[in-house]
Write a protein that binds this ligand. Structure first.
Ligand SMILES: Cc1ncc(COP(=O)(O)O)c(C=O)c1O
Length: 377
């Protein structure tokens, strides 16, 4: 009997395959179509040539752990012990999954906001736990913390938050983190904070990490992705940060699963991160792409929703069609050769507000070609 009977092939696989079949421009899946920094590629090459090709310690290459601890202290004023509070993982998704496995027991409840990144709900269910869904308020996709509070029971084991947010491009603000801190004060709830887009925040806003808030940091797994930061999504490398008592449990799972991650890339990232420009420029680069794309299609029949971070912007197509969003996204791929992701797939109950998600982390030429097609609709 299947452990995930309701789970099929995910939409990214389906839409990317459809994009290939129809030779469509792929603005669906969240990955850059331009090259990553050659400096980092060269650092990997050097690390391999220097012989960093065997296992590194289970929690990661020791100098990299120290570098990340320093970065966290600089950015979020939070001190961690690199020897105990951090683990390098094969990607952000793995970090989230491992955090959930390490804390969940059958029957536990986990509060999840929807729409959400598609791994969360299957990751909860496979542990015999129960996702408790809270809708983000439409159309701003904000969190009503009173609603969250009303969903907390004695079985609530965790809350998953994600900022900057996939699929909506919204971010959490200081007020949100303070509200979260307040409602879990007298509970044992653990926070899983998906921060893979931490360095992609627009309009001079700041990324609000749980690590900035001592009460939250003390009961959170913060999950990060080097793939998203370094335009290297195919590397599948990330890390999790948590206080020692939580990270101990995480490592018990990790040591018999991945055990340790790719060595030369960890060595290379350690060296690369000595230049903070490597991540400090990211918001500006992606904001330019967001603005470039928005400007190109401003006379189209799509209505773009605000995007404050991530690789994504949502487009309301209700001025074009009344089709359900999946049908519309498929037609857009087949007829107009642009692949996007319908927002309903990020909802458990397939809520359909006639919105598609567009990834703008693409070359200007790709965005230009896409815009020409969009303007012809
Ligand atoms: C919100 C969110 N979390 C996690 C991930 C996955 O990161 P990784 O590729 O490092 O597993 C993604 C990738 O799209 C994402 O959008």
């Amino acid at each position: 009997m299947s452990k995930l009977p309701a789970t099929g092939t995910n939409i990214f696989t389906i839409m990317s395959a459809l994009a290939t079949t129809h030779q469509a421009i792929n603005l669906g899946q969240g990955f850059p179509d331009y090259q990553m920094d050659a400096t980092l590629v060269n650092l990997v090459h050097t690390a391999m040539q220097e012989g960093f090709n065997q296992y590194v310690p289970m929690s990661g290459y020791t100098p990299l752990l120290q570098t990340l601890a320093n970065k966290i202290e600089t950015l979020y004023h939070h001190q961690i012990n690199p020897a105990t509070d951090i683990t390098i993982t094969p990607g952000g998704t793995y970090a989230i999954y491992t955090a959930l496995i390490s804390i969940l027991h059958p029957g536990d409840e986990v509060i999840v906001f929807q729409p959400c990144y598609d791994s969360y709900i299957p990751n909860i269910i496979i542990n015999g736990a129960i996702p408790v869904l809270v809708d983000l308020e439409f159309p701003g996709f904000t969190i009503d913390w009173e609603k969250v509070k009303s969903k907390i029971t004695h079985k609530t084991r965790a809350i998953i938050i994600n900022s900057p947010h996939n699929p909506t491009g919204t971010i959490l603000y200081e007020n949100d983190l303070l509200a979260l801190q307040q409602i879990i004060l007298d509970t044992n709830i653990i926070i899983i904070s998906d921060e893979v887009y931490e360095h992609i925040v627009f309009d001079n806003e700041k990324h609000e990490s749980v690590l900035k808030y001592p009460e939250l940091a003390n009961r959170s797994f913060a999950c990060f992705s080097f793939g998203k930061v370094f335009n290297a999504t195919g590397w599948k490398l990330g890390y999790a940060v948590a206080p020692q008592h939580l990270m101990n449990e995480f490592k018990k799972v990790h040591q018999y699963n991945a055990f340790s991650c790719n060595s030369p890339m960890q060595v290379a990232i350690h060296h690369y991160l000595q230049q903070p420009d490597s991540y400090r420029q990211l918001s500006t680069i992606q904001q330019q792409k967001r603005d470039y794309f928005s400007e190109l299609i401003k006379t189209s029949k799509f209505n773009l929703l605000p995007s404050k971070g991530s690789f994504f912007i949502c487009a309301d197509y209700s001025g074009i069609s009344t089709e359900p969003d999946t049908q519309f996204a498929i037609r857009l791929t087949e007829q107009y050769k642009i692949a996007t992701i319908p927002l309903s797939v990020f909802y458990e109950n397939k809520t359909d507000n006639r919105i598609i998600r567009v990834c703008f982390a693409k070359k200007e030429s790709t965005l230009q070609q896409a815009a020409e097609k969009i303007l012809s609709i």
